[in-house]
Structures are given as structure tokens and as C-alpha cells.
Design a protein around this ligand. Structure first.
Ligand SMILES: NC(=O)c1ccc[n+]([C@@H]2O[C@H](COP(=O)([O-])OP(=O)(O)OC[C@H]3O[C@@H](n4cnc5c(N)ncnc54)[C@H](O)[C@@H]3O)[C@@H](O)[C@H]2O)c1
Length: 375
């Protein structure tokens, strides 16, 4: 699981361990797109967190695609629940070239399969909470349900996984993950929650707010940065906000604080055995144009111009489409959303202004095209 989630769960009285092979950090380094603020390693983070909270978080550094490593972890720390984040998480990176595509494909499917096999072998009653993505559904011209669709066909009826049609290889690996989980739920009676999450924004959580060394990654490049975080840094750097094409691309977004609450709520209210439970994890929808306008408006109160540039879309996607996804499951479990207010945007701008000297303008936009066929 991720670092902010680990802190949040211990703050709520749970006992957790974290596993990471620093893939995210090494890919950022390889592609020369480092986060805005340096992030200490997990051992250093746990020392800081223990001094603040009294909670010790064991750290296992290794690759979850390596079965002998995962066996060792599960023997030393056998969980009641497993939060599976460990994937190459960036759609643009997955479309960069063949090497990046293969890494994404292998890494994401193998970590998911190993997690499934490890749960079966070491803790078959444990629940898996898996981070999926709203991008699995794509942008269909019908309402998006929470994971499942009742189909009436020639007088007969069955419930199927909602049709998926992803717009990148990364999102396609997430579809394949869901299919793997669904297979083994049926075969092995596992208990699984698949959280179809929208793009996350924000830096601050209840646990890290006063400690910069505990912040999560803030990437502002086009490979690993999510759109709102990127617009904020662009505004501060004096770079035009890079709206792709018409800017009507609409998605469901959520604050990082809500990500943590959603994951905890899923864990505290486990899926039944033999069930693949799916929640759509976002709190509000915005088009890219709406986000750019919001950032521009708040940035102007800081004296920042935040010009909006409509540039040729490097992706292949609908720029103007119907979008109406359901998202009641997590609210029913008790989620109290933290919406995107002007104050939230202002707080992020203040953070980026504080670190303005660290922004590397050449990282912001390198015009990576999604139709690359290079190696
Ligand atoms: N951030 C978002 O907006 C967003 C939206 C939807 C879904 N998600 C999903 O949420 C999860 C977390 O995303 P994030 O943005 O925090 O990304 P992240 O890169 O910070 O988190 C993923 C972590 O998994 C680790 N990892 C990857 N492969 C591994 C392996 N083989 N062995 C061990 N560790 C490995 C990485 O080093 C990284 O620390 C991902 O599964 C991502 O696909 C994220």
C-alpha cells in the first residue's frame, strides 16, 4: 500500500506494513521527471512517523513480481487485508514506447496475480482491496454503473461486469487485473473490493499536513502528473495551462483525503467471501476546461496570469462526450466528501509557490505523443 494510506490506517488504530520496490521513483528518475519536492525513502519516513504518532510501520523493500520475495513478506506479516496499489500507475508513461508498454503490462498483471496467489496460500480469508480506475470504463454513451450491468437478452437476464473500453495500455492492464480478480473470486472464493478511482488531486492529508517529509509525490510533468496538480504548477511557473484539444474530456475526481477514507471504509466493511465488490471512487466530475478555469480564477487572486492554451491533443480520446457515472456505494459506507473548493486550490498554489525555485520548466511539457511506435 501507499505511504499516505499506511499513515492514515495507523492513525485510525490499524496495524500495517508497507511493501515497495521504488518503481515509481526509478521511472521518474529514468525519464527525468522528478517530483516537485524530494521524498525521503520509506525507512526514513517510518522513523519520522513513529516519532510523531508512536506507530511503527514495518517496511519491506522488494518486487512483488518476485514470488520468493512475496512469500517472505507474507510469512513475516500475514495480513487480514491487503491494499494493492503496486502498479505502474501512469497512462501516458504506458504509451511512451514499447519498453514502457511491456514494463507496464508485465508489472501490473504479475503483481496482481502474485497478490491473488499469496492470499490463497497464506491467508485465504483475508480481503483484497485493489485500486482500479474509472478509466476502465472509458467514456461510453450510456450511464456508467458501479462495476456491474444487468443485461436483458432475448428474454433472459444476467449481470455482467460493466463493458470496459480503455483509452491507454495502463487502463487496459487495470481491466485485465479486474478480470484476474473476478476469475479467482469465482474459483477460490476470495473476498475482493475493486475501487474504480478517478484522478486524485492534492498533497495534504490529516497525517502529513505539518510535515513536508511525509508528503506524497507531486509530479507536474505530463507522464506522471495528474491534471489538476499539473495545472497548479503550470500556473505558478508561468507556463500556459495545457488543455488538450477541446478540453471537454470529463472525468470523476477526488481529493487525496477522500482516497484514504475510501480505502479505509472498504477495509473496515469487507466484501463477503466469493464476492467481487466494485465501487466507483470519485466525488465530483469536471471537464478539463472547468479545471483550467477554476485554477485560472484562483491563481489570479495570487497575481498569477495562468493563461489557458488549447494545444493539439497528444492522446486519442473523445474531447466532447456524455459522462454520467454512478457513485453511491462509498457514500453509503459513510464517505464524507472533501470537494474541490477555491480554498483547496489556493492551498495547493501556496505550496507550489513555496517551492517555485524547484520547478524545472523543461519537465512540464515534452509533447509525448500517444501514437509513438519507438522502442
Ligand atoms: N493517482 C491517481 O490519480 C490514481 C487514479 C486511479 C487509480 N490509481 C491507482 O492507485 C494506485 C496508487 O497510485 P499512485 O498514484 O499513488 O501511484 P504510485 O506510483 O505512487 O503508487 C504505486 C506504488 O507501487 C509501487 N510498485 C509498483 N510496482 C511494484 C512492484 N512490482 N513491487 C512493489 N512495489 C511496486 C511503486 O513503487 C509505487 O510506490 C495505483 O494502482 C494506480 O494505478 C491512481
Amino acid at each position: 500500500m501507499g505511504w499516505p494510506t499506511a499513515m492514515h490506517l495507523t492513525a485510525k488504530g490499524h496495524s500495517v506494513a508497507v511493501v515497495d520496490n521504488y518503481l515509481r521513483r526509478s521511472l521518474c528518475r529514468q525519464e527525468n521527471v522528478e517530483p516537485l519536492v524530494d521524498v525521503p525513502n520509506l525507512h526514513q519516513r517510518t522513523v519520522i512517523w513513529e516519532s510523531l504518532s508512536g506507530s511503527h510501520i514495518p517496511v519491506f523493500i522488494g518486487d512483488l513480481t518476485d514470488w520468493s520475495f512475496i512469500e517472505d513478506v507474507f510469512r513475516r506479516f500475514t495480513p487480514d487485508g491487503l491494499v494493492h496499489y503496486a502498479e505502474q500507475p501512469a497512462a501516458p508513461y504506458s504509451m511512451l514506447n514499447r519498453t514502457a508498454s511491456m514494463l507496464t503490462l508485465r508489472n501490473n498483471l504479475e503483481t496482481t496475480a502474485n497478490v491473488i496467489f499469496a492470499v490463497k496460500q497464506f491467508c485465504p480469508d483475508a480481503q483484497i482491496v485493489k485500486l482500479g480506475t474509472m478509466g476502465e470504463y472509458g467514456t461510453p454513451n450510456i450511464d456508467i454503473e458501479e462495476g456491474w450491468l444487468d443485461v436483458d437478452h432475448k428474454g433472459r437476464r444476467q449481470t455482467f461486469l460493466f463493458p470496459r473500453q480503455a483509452g491507454s495500455l495502463y487502463h487496459t492492464t487495470k481491466i485485465m487485473d479486474t478480470d484476474l480478480l473476478w476469475l479467482y473470486v469465482r474459483m477460490w472464493n476470495l473476498r475482493v473490493t475493486d475501487l474504480m478511482q478517478g484522478p486524485v488531486y492534492g498533497i495534504f492529508t490529516d497525517e502529513n499536513r505539518d510535515h513536508e517529509n511525509l508528503y506524497s509525490f507531486l509530479n507536474y510533468d505530463e507522464l506522471f502528473g495528474t491534471v489538476l496538480n499539473r495545472f497548479i504548477v503550470q500556473a505558478v511557473a508561468g507556463h500556459p495551462l495545457t488543455v488538450y484539444g477541446k478540453g471537454g474530456q470529463t472525468r470523476g475526481y477526488l481529493n487525496i483525503v477522500d482516497t484514504l477514507n475510501c480505502v479505509r471504509l472498504a477495509l473496515e466493511n469487507p466484501a463477503q467471501k466469493g464476492k467481487l465488490r466494485i465501487f466507483n471512487q470519485f466525488t465530483e466530475t469536471f471537464s478539463v476546461n472547468q479545471l483550467a478555469d477554476r485554477v485560472q480564477k484562483v491563481a489570479s487572486s495570487f497575481g498569477l496570469k495562468a493563461e489557458i492554451a488549447r494545444i493539439e491533443n497528444p492522446r486519442k480520446e473523445s474531447e466532447d462526450h456524455y459522462y454520467n457515472p454512478e457513485h453511491t456505494g462509498l457514500l453509503e459506507l459513510g464517505l464524507e466528501p472533501h470537494y474541490l473548493t477555491d480554498e483547496v486550490i489556493a492551498e495547493m498554489i501556496e505550496f507550489a509557490l513555496k517551492h517555485k525555485d524547484k520547478i524545472r520548466p523543461e519537465q512540464i511539457f515534452r509533447k509525448v505523443k500517444w501514437d509513438s511506435d519507438s522502442n
